[in-house]
Design a protein around this ligand. Structure first.
Ligand SMILES: Cc1cc2nc3c(=O)[nH]c(=O)nc-3n(C[C@H](O)[C@H](O)[C@H](O)COP(=O)(O)OP(=O)(O)OC[C@H]3O[C@@H](n4cnc5c(N)ncnc54)[C@H](O)[C@@H]3O)c2cc1C
Length: 93
């Protein structure tokens, strides 16, 4: 049977940091995640919310281009900005 020095339950930011520190200390580490690696921050919290804010800010700014003497159509091509985040995150994992 495998023996571990450290078992971390939950691979959100805290658990991933604990795993990283344990590994750097030379410990044999097991990380357990029941749902999605990255936890709330990566999957539904910090990163997706910043992506949604960025899309909203861009749409707002693009909607004002005529004030600056330009002409540009500004239709959203995606229904769900989270799809962009997921595509980017999972393309790099
Ligand atoms: C909309 C939103 C925006 C946010 N924006 C920011 C921000 O800009 N900056 C910031 O610093 N913070 C932000 N946060 C907060 C941030 O997401 C949390 O502080 C952070 O995710 C907490 O990390 P954690 O590792 O403690 O817990 P979590 O991210 O909740 O991770 C816990 C993990 O444990 C797993 N787990 C739980 N029970 C078990 C079990 N029994 N077995 C196996 N796995 C289990 C869960 O599935 C989860 O993956 C935001 C949160 C939200 C909701």
């Amino acid at each position: 049977m495998n023996k571990y020095d450290l078992i971390v339950i939950g691979m959100g930011p805290a658990g991933m940091a604990a795993v990283g520190m344990g590994t750097k200390m030379g410990l044999k580490v097991l990380g357990i995640e029941k749902k999605a690696i990255g936890g709330e921050c990566l999957n539904v919290g910090c990163i997706p919310s910043k992506a949604i804010l960025k899309v909203a800010r861009m749409k707002h700014d693009l909607g004002k281009v005529e004030d600056f003497g330009m002409n540009l159509e500004c239709e959203a091509k995606i229904k769900n900005p989270l799809e962009i985040v997921r595509r980017q995150v999972y393309a790099h994992t």
